[in-house]
Write a protein that binds this ligand. Structure first.
Ligand SMILES: Nc1nc2c(ncn2[C@@H]2O[C@H](COP(=O)(O)OP(=O)(O)OP(=O)(O)O)[C@@H](O)[C@H]2O)c(=O)[nH]1
Length: 533
């Protein structure tokens, strides 16, 4: 039967492996939260930053190109002459709506060295029509904010640079002092060019960078770090550049929106890896538990069954002792120990129930058997006879031949008794020094007497010399028999007592004879006893 053990090996292994699984899961979760996910996010940010760097480089390239173009124009003798008033057809020859559109110029402004406006040309952002003016008024008033900004730049003596003009409209602005082509002499003024950062410019940049851009004018100083905002499948990132306008600390954010495909793919892949790892671990642990159950726990249970049942079933029904492993070793060791213990038990039992000198059953076993025989006889009203046998004048034998020979004599007598008892199938025990007792279930008085005679004759046939015996020159025995129904009180000891009385009568009558107890002989036996004493 399967026995419930609260702290069984199975439970301990299950708890240990379960704990191990939980720890591994916790470690995986911790690694995911603190290492993998941050690494994936950092990788995504780095990718976005690389895209922003590309956008910034394109933006700066456009600014540098504008600045280079301004310098080309400003370091040209024709421009020099134009501002000197020596080349009146300069504007007609060089400027046109197509040129401004092709070059993506919004405004070109020529200033004299006195910081006065000399000439303005540009495309009106509202009408899209090319205009030229001497002052930014009336139709050219749209140029006024830019012109003011250019004046400020001249005043600050920062006229060879490119910058972002906050607007409106927002634009990049480049300037250069006007010099001769060979750069000889002093500057005769300044040339400014602006390029609007409008929808057209954004479309141009999208073609150039491959990314849709957005512009965001901020009334705060440009932050040092890029800003990121993540939503669902997209990430929006912005990089800010300083811008100049009517108020200080303006900045222009150039933003890009990117798909988070790579990040989300990596995330999905990593989640699959996590899931598979966890699943694999659970499978491995289940497999380990299964193997443990099959290889260790089940054989252990069988071994327990084997140890519990070996005394009753006896056989090794599961073939445990034939195994070539530790279970086999244990089973064989246990089996050997059990066999050894059984032998010891048998020996102990024999020692406690048999006489050491003669090997016959002793008084203890005799009493047990007598109780059983008595119970059966009284329960079934069957006859029961008991017999007591005593070697005649054994004291004289000992005195004459010595104690050692006396022992040998006892052994020979016992052996002869044993042969008869085996032949007739009854129990004979050594119940005293030179005294023996017999139980004869279901024996009639005459058959009991026959058995007594057989036993007495068996000793006679031994012809063991007994030189000092007054009875015969050889060892003889006297026999007293009692029948259960002839006893006054119906107890085992009463029957034995009657047999004893019969034995005394046999002794008193000259020994070497069989006497059957009869109630009428009871008083005679007492006097016989007294006489013998
Ligand atoms: N050698 C030997 N002698 C024993 C042993 N047990 C008892 N005896 C002796 O047996 C003798 C019994 O003597 P008694 O009881 O006087 O009886 P008896 O001499 O046989 O005389 P009756 O029984 O009257 O014929 C004693 O001398 C005991 O020492 C034993 O195990 N070995």
């Amino acid at each position: 039967m399967h026995q419930r053990i609260p702290w069984s090996l199975r439970f301990r292994f299950f708890a240990a492996l379960g704990g191990l699984l939980l720890c591994a899961m916790a470690a995986l979760a911790a690694i995911s939260a603190w290492v993998i996910f941050p690494a994936l996010q950092a990788e995504e940010r780095a990718t976005v930053k690389r895209e922003l760097d590309r956008v910034e480089r394109s933006f700066q390239l456009d600014q540098q190109q504008l600045h280079a173009q301004v310098r080309d124009w400003a370091h040209w003798d024709d421009t020099y002459k134009f501002v000197q008033g020596e080349y009146s057809r300069y504007a007609d020859v060089n400027f046109s709506q197509e040129m401004f559109e092709d070059m993506r110029y919004q405004l070109m402004a020529f200033f004299t060295s006195n910081e006065d406006i000399y000439f303005l040309a540009g495309i009106n952002p509202k009408t899209g029509i090319y205009q030229t003016c001497r002052t930014p008024i009336n139709d050219c008033s749209w140029m006024s904010p830019w012109v003011n900004n250019m004046r400020a730049a001249i005043a600050e003596n920062s006229t060879d640079q490119n910058s972002i003009y906050a607007g409106p409209p927002t634009a990049m602005m480049a300037s250069s002092p006007i010099l001769r082509t060979d750069k000889s002499g002093v500057s005769t003024g300044w040339l400014f060019k602006t390029r609007s950062l409008d929808a057209e410019w954004l479309a141009f940049m999208e073609v150039y960078t491959g990314l849709p851009l957005t512009l965001n004018l901020s009334h705060e100083a440009a932050p040092i770090n890029d800003t990121f905002s993540f939503s669902g499948n997209t990430v929006y990132a912005e990089r800010y550049f300083p811008a100049y306008g009517s108020i200080n600390h303006l900045s222009l954010g150039v933003g890009i929106e990117l798909n988070r495909t790579n990040y989300l793919t990596s995330l999905t892949t990593f989640r699959y890896v996590l899931l598979w790892t966890a699943g694999l671990m659970i499978m491995v642990i289940a497999l380990v538990l299964l193997l443990l159950e099959k290889i260790v726990l089940k054989p252990l249970r069988l071994l327990t069954q084997f140890t519990q049942q070996i005394s009753t079933v006896g056989a090794d029904t599961h073939g445990l002792t034939k195994r070539n492993d530790e279970i086999g070793l244990l089973s064989r060791a246990f089996q050997e120990q059990f066999t050894c213990q059984q032998q010891l038990n048998a020996e102990l039992l024999k020692l406690s129930t048999h006489d050491a000198l003669t090997g016959l059953p002793n008084r203890r076993l005799f009493d047990q058997r007598l109780d059983v025989a008595f119970s059966e006889a009284t329960a079934t009203s069957a006859p029961l006879a008991v017999m007591m046998l005593d070697i005649d004048h054994f004291k004289l034998y000992n005195d004459h031949y010595g104690h050692q020979r006396g022992d040998e004599c006892l052994q020979q007598v016992a052996s002869a008794f044993n042969s008869v008892s085996t032949r007739f199938g009854f129990l004979i025990a050594r119940t005293g020094g030179e005294e023996f007792s017999v139980i004869l279930p279901e024996a009639s008085p005459s058959s009991a007497k026959d058995v007594g005679e057989h036993l007495m004759l068996a000793i006679d046939h031994l012809q063991l010399p007994h030189a000092t015996s007054p009875v015969k020159p050889f060892v003889t025995v006297s026999v007293g028999i009692a029948m259960l129904q002839d006893c006054q009180s119906q107890t085992p000891s009463a029957v034995m007592s009657s047999a004893d009385q019969a034995l005394y009568l046999a002794k008193a009558a000259g020994r070497h004879q069989v006497v059957l107890f009869e109630p009428s002989l009871a008083s005679r036996s007492v006097s016989a006893h007294n006489k013998l004493l």
